[in-house]
Write a protein that binds this ligand. Sequence first.
Ligand SMILES: CC(C)(COP(=O)(O)OP(=O)(O)OC[C@H]1O[C@@H](n2cnc3c(N)ncnc32)[C@H](O)[C@@H]1OP(=O)(O)O)[C@@H](O)C(=O)NCCC(=O)NCCS
Length: 188
Amino acid sequence: MQEKDIPEVINFHNNYLGERDFINERELLDRLESNRGIFLVAKDEDEKIVGIKLSFIENDVCLGRGVAVDKNFRRLGIGKELVSIFELELKKFPGVKKYVFASSTQEGVPFHIKLGYKPLILLQSENNVLLEGMDFNMFTVREKLFNKEYNVYQVYLESDKELDLNFLSKIKAQYPELEITYLFEKIL
Ligand SMILES: CC(C)(COP(=O)(O)OP(=O)(O)OC[C@H]1O[C@@H](n2cnc3c(N)ncnc32)[C@H](O)[C@@H]1OP(=O)(O)O)[C@@H](O)C(=O)NCCC(=O)NCCS
């Protein structure tokens, strides 16, 4: 990404990933100038952006800030290529020890699993009865707690086998108030 790309990158981000406070012109320019992030864009032959992969570097952690590909250019390997270039660029930051990101999207979760990332599943609800009543047999329960800051009950699950995303989307359909987030972490 170059400085001139920033407005188009922000539009692209907001279109496919939704608006976020931390994705704004000042933040991206500041990070680009001070080398505190990895910002990649894929362009078509007319120089139009068709893919982005954004991340922020915060001390020894790299925070994934989203990957997205134009709807008309999906399943062509562009997302995969953006992530593999990102992984190479990340090696240029030897002080960074961990890469973390969250995803909940229907495309983002299987995409990252396919690329070799393994998620921790976070289930959240204000209603503990709902969480207690669930059968987590096919998972390893890593932690169960009440988060005082957000006033929610949380269960962290891990899957040793191939993750059954259908099972989790069925749970979501059954309990719409349940929040399911996939947390990805890679130790570098
Ligand atoms: C996720 C996203 C970036 C993937 O981009 P892409 O360029 O289509 O991905 P690729 O073509 O490189 O896919 C690589 C592999 O990931 C897997 N994959 C990609 N999209 C998938 C999907 N929707 N469902 C299941 N698997 C998927 C496939 O195994 C694919 O290989 P294949 O096409 O040979 O089967 C794109 O779907 C997107 O922008 N989605 C909307 C935004 C979003 O949810 N971003 C993730 C936020 S963390």
